[in-house]
Write a protein that binds this ligand. Sequence first.
Ligand SMILES: C[S@@+](CC[C@H](N)C(=O)[O-])C[C@H]1O[C@@H](n2cnc3c(N)ncnc32)[C@H](O)[C@@H]1O
Length: 255
Amino acid sequence: MDELDTTVAHPARRYNYWLGGKDHFAADRESGDQLEKHFPKVRLGALANRALLRRAVGFLAGEAGIRQFLDIGTGLPTADNTHEVAQRVFADARIVYVDNDPLVQEHARALLTSTPEGATAYLHADLLEPEKILAEAASTLDLSRPVAVLVMGVLGHVESDDEAKAIIDRLLAPLPSGSYFAMYDGGDTTADNREATRIWNLSAEPKYHLRSPSRIKALFDGLELVDPGVVPVTQWRPDEVEPAIDQYCAVGRKP
Ligand SMILES: C[S@@+](CC[C@H](N)C(=O)[O-])C[C@H]1O[C@@H](n2cnc3c(N)ncnc32)[C@H](O)[C@@H]1O
């Protein structure tokens, strides 16, 4: 199987390499270094995305009081996974992780390290099947209580804005008022990012499609945008000064 071939670079393992994780092989490191040579911001971008995930979950648990998370497009486990951040605030927080990559499933054990009071579960499922995800997540989450749905760095794989919006709406449809949706996505505002994505897409499957901040904002129609709205990931409630990155994010509350 493709995902077990350690001589060919795999996007999730390469991402893990940039993040300073331990689940990568020589081919992933070589490919990661190559890309970084051409686009020095790729590693910075991966780290900035991960820092945003930590701050967003910290806000959702710590300030919005959310105890249930549905994290779709989890990626390989690394430092500060969603349950670790959320359970530092609420030991009884419950988290369902979802990814469609068999490699992530293989490593999911590292995500199933909940506190005894809380719970974590892993679903091998596709973002394009929201009702199936919700039905399976209901074994771990109480969908009659607020849930934060995280779709971090994944919607770029869905090219059509209408389709992306429909997925978000279907995910939020059964959830009560006070639920949240959070995302980040690659921005199309710099030539560097457009070129890096063009090169990435020459070999990547599924391909990634960049969005403008205004297109990302439109995905939040019907939600109350949490301050500061749609901004570069490094500017969303930063806890340290970080350089700007062409990746945009936002968090919205279901009214
Ligand atoms: C860039 S990684 C982001 C990982 C993590 N959310 C983060 O922000 O660090 C994108 C992840 O989304 C997953 N993914 C892509 N398309 C998906 C789909 N249609 N359904 C579920 N997961 C998907 C990929 O397998 C990958 O693990």
